[in-house]
Design a protein around this ligand. Structure first.
Ligand SMILES: Nc1ncnc2c1ncn2[C@@H]1O[C@H](COP(=O)(O)OP(=O)(O)O)[C@@H](O)[C@H]1O
Ligand SMILES: [Mg+2]
Length: 361
């Protein structure tokens, strides 16, 4: 059992506010991912939960009990460190067993538990090897086993896969998922990788400059981003975000930017005139090749990816505008080909000049 609550949690280093009065409740058994760009306070938050950093203000509670003054080892949590934190002169088995030795667990029990977790993360064949003989992925499994063996109520993981290549990352991501299913423990996972957050989390906590920007399920975050920042952070390629303004004309409401003009009357008639950002995901941009319609732009760059093709446009703003079409695109599609872009009102987002998303009606 571990329900973890953060109440107005704050950490400052001199004049740097690393974590700014955050409030968060992580339910027992939940897989929560803290995600955000480098420097937004993820590691500091995790280290305060683990007990390696003292909060400047605020409270941390585990199952209702304030643990601010509790030593890390007395919190019942398990931090998974980067694989390079393995002891180089101990075997894999000795590395895994280390925490149990510290707790004076008798040898026969130690061995049984090491065996059990080694099986769980599929490294039984590595137990007698030295860390130097293990690959990056294998070392990360050892690091995971070393935490697993202490049977923590909660796993704290700080970018555990960031040093691995893409294929191994996917493999170990699946492993984390499986462990969570099997163990039914609480997981708090820190990453700057939006894809990792989307695939692993029950709930995503998006952090920005020491604050929580949005909390929600992956679907929530993807389909109802609270702000420009969140919209921009999730999705690959990321959402098109076009700077422009909302205008009222001819009894309707339109969005206009340098090169685009989009009818907003269907869902955004309530939005007053003024500066705004229009958002639409690349997969939702309609693409036609007859060269007609209100928004025709020449293709500027074409990237066939096999299953899909990305088409880039210059929409007159600083960001490239991207559309995704299925397959390898029309054979006739070349750089300079005029492409008709369609904006389905159901998939249009609008952000105010304060960066917050405006709800449609
Ligand atoms: N020990 C420290 N001393 C001074 N500043 C720190 C220290 N640890 C972190 N910071 C600062 O706090 C902010 C948040 O850091 P961190 O929690 O490591 O971010 P993240 O893990 O999201 O990349 C950063 O501006 C970082 O420079
Ligand atoms: Mg960090």
């Amino acid at each position: 059992m571990a329900r973890i609550e953060l109440h107005n949690l704050r950490k400052t280093y001199g004049s740097v506010v690393a974590v700014k009065d955050i409030n968060l409740t992580i339910e027992d058994g939940e897989f929560v991912v803290l995600v955000g760009p480098s420097g937004c306070g993820k590691t500091t938050t995790l280290r305060m939960i683990a007990g390696f950093e003292d909060p400047t203000a605020g409270e941390i509670r585990i199952d209702g009990r304030v643990v601010n003054d509790l030593e890390p080892r007395d919190r019942g949590l398990g931090m998974v460190f980067q694989s390079h934190a393995l002891f180089p002169h101990k075997t894999v088995a000795q590395n895994i067993e280390f925490g149990l030795r510290m707790k004076k667990v008798p040898a026969p029990e130690r061995q049984a538990r090491v065996r059990a977790v080694a099986e769980m993360v599929r490294i039984t064949h590595l137990l007698d090897k030295m860390p130097g003989q293990c690959s990056g992925g294998e070392s990360q499994r050892v690091a995971l086993a070393r935490t697993l063996v202490t049977n923590p109520s909660t796993f704290l993981l700080d970018e555990p896969l960031s040093s691995l290549d893409a294929k191994l990352r996917r493999e170990l991501r699946a492993e984390c998922d499986r462990l969570h299913e099997e163990l039914k423990r609480t997981f708090i996972y820190v990453t700057h990788d939006q894809e990792e957050a989307m695939t692993l989390a029950d709930r995503i906590v998006v952090m920005r400059q020491g604050e929580i920007e949005q909390i929600g399920s992956p679907l929530d975050i993807y389909s109802r981003p609270a702000s420009y920042f969140v919209a921009d952070f999730f999705g690959s390629p990321s959402m098109n975000l076009v700077a422009g303004e909302v205008v009222h004309e001819d009894g309707g409401v339109r969005f206009r930017s340098k090169k685009l003009s989009v009818d907003l009357t269907a869902r955004y008639a309530h939005v007053p005139p003024g500066k705004a950002t229009l958002g639409i995901r690349p997969e939702h941009v309609g693409v036609g090749f007859d060269g007609t319609g209100a928004n025709v732009l020449p293709a500027r760059l074409i990237e066939p990816l096999g299953k899909d093709t990305l088409i880039y446009f210059d929409d007159g703003t600083e960001r490239a505008f991207v559309a995704v079409t299925e397959g390898l695109g029309k054979a006739a599609l070349k750089v300079g080909t005029p492409v008709s872009l369609a904006f389905d009102p159901r998939h249009i987002y609008l952000f105010g000049s304060d960066g917050r998303r405006i709800d449609p009606k």
